[in-house]
Design a protein around this ligand. Structure first.
Ligand code: AP5
Ligand code: MG
Ligand code: ZN
Length: 225
């Protein structure tokens, strides 16, 4: 095993499968999964000031302001389990966030290694969101049709009752997609221009997407085993 420090960013629109893929890829890469949306939801569950502040934006499908988001993610990346890097999901989401991440990594002598961008057409995303179900205990993400639990509405891992995310209402989803196209998609060129972007066809089975991600990562020698 090498002592490589790895930062990989999963880019992609809402419901493109970032969380689903990261949950599997983290084991392959032996990296912690750092998802900004999950961090906000965790804060909200614990009723922190940050969580309540973020809720206002999340409920509308808008982005939480950059300063708050950057501070939260940097704090997470400074914890000991991220000493070897991280698999980032949902961050960065604006050019300002990408620049802040680049600067923080450069200050520590590190850089982003790869940015797989999971591409999925908007109409497919809407169908995915409407069928998404989540576990409140372990965070596992299911889909009523595409990735159903063994028993409907019940988590395979721990038997907890699954729930739907509040921002998965159709109107909020439309706004989230619009925000992605306006504010996040410029990151595609940002990372492409740096030679870091890899397009991943996301409109295939979960297994096929995972296999494409693993071969992209393996090709450039980024796996650590
Ligand atoms: P966040 O939690 O990051 O949500 P998102 O980007 O909208 O993405 P999702 O989590 O909805 O989708 P996903 O790509 O993880 O897909 P999943 O694997 O679940 O952000 C939420 C909010 O927090 C934002 O709107 C914003 O307000 C705030 N926020 C977060 N980060 C921020 C930042 N950096 N700056 C500012 N604000 C920020 O899959 C979706 C469904 O599809 C599941 O049901 C799954 O089972 C199914 N599925 C997955 N892959 C496939 C497949 N290949 N085929 C069929 N079904 C599939
Ligand atoms: Mg997610
Ligand atoms: Zn569970």
């Amino acid at each position: 095993m090498t002592e490589q420090v790895l930062y990989i960013i999963l880019l992609g629109p809402p419901a493109s499968g970032k969380g689903t893929q990261a949950a599997q890829l983290r084991e392959f890469l032996e990296l912690p999964h750092v998802a900004s949306g999950d961090l906000f939801r965790e804060n909200l569950k614990n009723e922190t000031e940050l969580g309540l502040q973020a809720k206002e934006y999340m409920d509308r499908g808008e982005l939480v302001p950059d300063d708050v988001t950057i501070a939260m993610v940097m704090d997470r990346l400074s914890r000991p389990d991220c000493a070897g890097g991280a698999l980032l999901d949902g961050f960065p989401r604006t050019i300002a966030q990408a620049r802040a991440l680049d600067a923080a990594l450069a200050a520590a002598g590190h850089r982003v290694a790869l940015v797989p961008c999971i591409q999925v057409p908007d109409d497919v995303l809407v169908e995915r969101v409407s069928g998404r179900r989540l576990c409140p205990v372990c965070g596992e993400s299911y889909h009523v049709r595409f990735n159903p639990p063994e028993e409907p509405g019940i988590c395979d891992n721990d038997g907890a009752e699954l729930y739907q995310r509040e921002d998965d209402q159709p109107e909020t989803v439309r706004r989230r997609l619009q925000v992605y196209h306006e504010q996040t998609s410029p990151l595609i060129d940002y990372y492409r221009n740096r030679g870091l972007l890899i397009d991943i066809q996301g409109d295939q089975s979960i297994e096929a997407v995972q296999s494409d991600l693993r071969s992209a990562v393996s090709k450039i020698g980024l796996f650590r085993k």
